[in-house]
Every structure is written in structure tokens, then in C-alpha cells.
Design a protein around this ligand. Structure first.
Ligand SMILES: C[S@@+](CC[C@H](N)C(=O)[O-])C[C@H]1O[C@@H](n2cnc3c(N)ncnc32)[C@H](O)[C@@H]1O
Length: 379
């Protein structure tokens, strides 16, 4: 018997630690799988999103194996936040290091063409919008019947306490779809103060015994002097001459105003990059304490909930890999807004007519099968 469904099931390609998946779930979308080539995403993804994680190279994914992950009685959503650089410079045995940027967008296009999910979404840096590979992606989606809309989204308008701009694309086979508008007025942007002021105070190089992620990097003596001379929202131009780096002394420094600087309490933070734990790599100094922000503070400024787990209890907390995972994530709060727009769209269009009903269960790690075709399977 035909059944109309508005239940949405998502597969998240390039899922990382699950920023996008977590936000989609908050919007009421059932996330059935996350796929990423980086094994360190396994623990945070399964622990927080509570969906199966597949450690796979998206370039090697078999479309039929992928399609089998969606329950039959649902509207299928494929999310593909392709990174701007391939994770590895080698793919299918070929050196890809000289390729144009975003070759992985083509892999998302291949999987969309082969599986035809009702809804597609993608998040990326705004400059992707002017690239030939993105334009070709949009043209192909339209050619095969999708309504497509994309927009550069300013994260504070979506409740993220961070000045970050991201390109969001949504596409649908069900009818016209739009990227949601951010509804938070500039007078109501969430500030640094509102989200991190009450965390335990720390010195540089210290960690909170009750939260291993609330850990700040050790500063060199000169950087400690520099941060002591910095004011919230100020620049290195406030320092004594002898504290300035040689490059600062040489140039007007106009392009470097936002390094070795403290955040301001009363506005959203600067963009949280993969190096946000590093005082010299941006405006990543704590507004008051003499240290860079901790990994937990970076995650909170990305709008992850405070309890989000990024590393297994038996594994060490390392700045570089965790900073990369946190800085690369889609802010869950932005993802939630996109998810809500997708839910509203599916309800407004009446969803999908299906014939069969099948339930799936979340398999434990050991049950997760390979998603590569047997021809391509490696290892
Ligand atoms: C921008 S991050 C994704 C962030 C994630 N969507 C989130 O919200 O947390 C890009 C991810 O793509 C993964 N990646 C890069 N190349 C890949 C490939 N060939 N196959 C699968 N994953 C890949 C990286 O490991 C990284 O986690």
C-alpha cells in the first residue's frame, strides 16, 4: 500500500566530528550514517550523534551501497560538505595534489546523480560559489530536476557566537526550496561573554581537571608578555615597541591587526579556524585571562553544546588534531536552522510516496560493513 511520508533520513558525507549531523538531528532529522576518511572522527561521531560511522574514502563509495543505508520509508537527504582540499594527495592511486580545488564536489555530484535523494545540502566557504566546479555542480543538479538555492550565511544571524560566513546550498526534487534566512537581529547576536565567561579560569598551559578539553596551550615568555599588554578587542599596536614582532615593525601591519590579539567580550568571536588554540594565529587570546582560548571554548564558539565529546577517555587531548576537527566543523546551530528549513519544506510539499516500510537499527561499530564496491575495495 502506498504511504506518504515526511520522515527525513540523512546520510552525511565528510561528516567530521558531526557538527552538521548534530544540528540536523536537533531539527528532527534522523541521521542514519556519517562517512569520513579520518578515523579520529569515529569516537566523537558515534558518541554524540549516535549514528553509525563509516571510515571510507568518499571517492571510493559505491552508490548502491550508499543508497541501501536509507530506510525505504523516508525522504532521503544527502549532505556533502566537501572540504576544499582533498584529505590525501593520493586518490585511486593518482596524485591529486595538482588538481583544482574542491575535486571532492564532483564526487558528491556523482553520488547525487546515481542515488537521486529527494534533498541535498552542502556547506562550504563562500568563495566556492565562484568556482567552475561549484557552478557545474549546481547546473547538473538543475539539469536532473532539482530546485537549487544557495546563499552566503552570516553565522551570528543564526545564533552562532562567531563572525563566520558560510555558503549553504539546499536542493530538492519535491519543489522549490530556500536556504533559511538568519533571524537573529544584530542587537541580539550571541556574544563571547554569554557563552564562555563562566568557564573555570585557567592560566596558560593549564587544563581543567573536570573537562580535559578545557585546556590552554603554553605561551612562550614573550607571548605571555604580549598578551599581558593586550586589551580586549585591541591590537599589537597597543604594545611597547620591543614586544612587536619583526614583521609588525616593518609593515604598517594593517593586514595583521587580528593576530596576537584578545577577543572582545561583547561581540561574537572571530572565525574559529583550525588553529584557534594558538595565540599567534589570530584574535584567539582570551578577553581577560592571559592565554589563548581552550579547545572547549573554541568548540562552544562553534556552537557545539558543552557536553560534546571530541576524544575518547583513553586518548590524549592534542591541540593540532582536535583544533582541526573543531575548526572544520559546520556550526551545529547553523546546521539546525538548515535542518528546520528542510523539515518545513518536506512538510509543505507533502513529502514522498513510498510503498514498503522497513526499520533499521543502529549497528555497533563491528557490524558496519564496507560501502565500497567489491571492485574498488582496498586493504
Ligand atoms: C569540512 S570537514 C567536515 C565537517 C563536518 N561536516 C562537520 O560538520 O563536523 C571535511 C571532512 O572531510 C573529510 N574528508 C576529506 N577527504 C575525504 C575523502 N576523500 N573521503 C571522506 N572524507 C574525507 C575530512 O576528514 C574532514 O573531516
Amino acid at each position: 500500500m502506498a504511504v506518504r511520508t515526511t520522515k527525513i533520513s540523512a546520510i552525511d558525507l565528510f561528516c567530521g566530528v558531526g557538527g552538521l549531523s548534530y544540528g540536523l538531528q536537533e531539527a528532527g532529522i534522523d541521521v542514519v550514517a556519517g562517512i569520513d576518511i579520518d578515523p579520529t572522527c569515529d569516537y566523537p561521531y558515534r558518541t554524540n550523534v549516535r549514528a553509525p560511522f563509516y571510515k571510507e574514502d568518499v571517492c571510493e563509495l559505491d552508490a548502491d551501497a550508499l543508497a541501501a543505508l536509507w530506510p525505504k520509508d523516508s525522504v532521503r537527504l544527502l549532505a556533502g560538505c566537501a572540504p576544499c582540499q582533498p584529505f590525501s594527495s593520493y586518490r585511486r592511486g593518482a596524485d591529486t595534489s595538482q588538481e583544482a580545488q574542491w575535486p571532492l564536489v564532483d564526487e558528491v555530484r556523482r553520488l547525487v546523480e546515481d542515488t537521486k535523494p529527494e534533498i541535498v545540502t552542502m556547506e562550504n566557504v563562500p568563495r566556492i560559489g565562484s568556482t567552475p566546479i561549484f557552478k557545474a555542480f549546481v547546473a547538473k543538479l538543475r539539469e536532473i530536476g532539482y530546485s537549487v538555492h544557495f546563499e552566503s550565511c552570516y553565522c551570528p544571524a543564526y545564533g552562532v557566537p562567531q563572525h563566520r560566513r558560510r555558503m549553504v546550498l539546499v536542493a530538492s526534487l519535491l519543489g522549490e526550496i530556500r536556504v533559511p534566512k538568519g533571524e537573529v537581529a544584530s542587537t541580539d547576536y550571541v556574544t563571547v561573554q554569554q557563552v564562555i565567561r563562566d568557564l573555570s579560569p585557567l592560566g596558560h598551559g593549564e587544563a581543567d581537571p573536570s573537562d580535559r578539553l578545557h585546556k590552554s596551550r603554553t605561551l612562550t615568555p614573550v607571548n605571555l608578555e604580549r598578551i599581558r599588554s593586550s586589551t580586549p578587542g585591541g591590537t599589537w599596536q597597543d604594545w611597547r615597541e620591543d614586544l612587536r614582532a619583526p614583521c609588525h615593525r616593518r609593515s604598517s601591519g594593517s593586514t595583521f591587526r587580528n593576530v596576537y590579539a584578545r577577543m572582545a567580550w561583547d561581540e561574537p568571536s572571530p572565525t574559529i579556524t583550525t588553529l584557534s588554540y594558538n595565540y599567534g594565529a589570530g584574535r584567539f587570546g582570551h578577553p581577560e585571562q592571559d592565554r589563548a582560548i581552550t579547545l572547549r571554548e573554541a568548540a562552544i564558539l562553534q556552537s557545539f553544546p558543552r557536553h560534546y565529546e571530541f576524544v575518547a577517555p583513553e586518548d590524549p587531548v592534542q591541540f593540532a588534531p582536535l583544533g582541526r576537527l573543531i575548526g572544520n566543523a559546520v556550526p551545529p546551530q547553523l546546521a539546525k536552522a538548515v535542518g528546520q528549513a528542510i523539515v518545513n519544506h518536506v512538510e509543505a510539499t507533502g513529502g514522498r510516496v513510498t510503498k514498503a516500510r522497513r526499520r533499521t537499527t543502529v549497528p555497533p561499530k563491528s557490524d558496519v560493513p564496507s560501502l565500497q564496491s567489491s571492485r574498488d575495495r582496498v586493504g
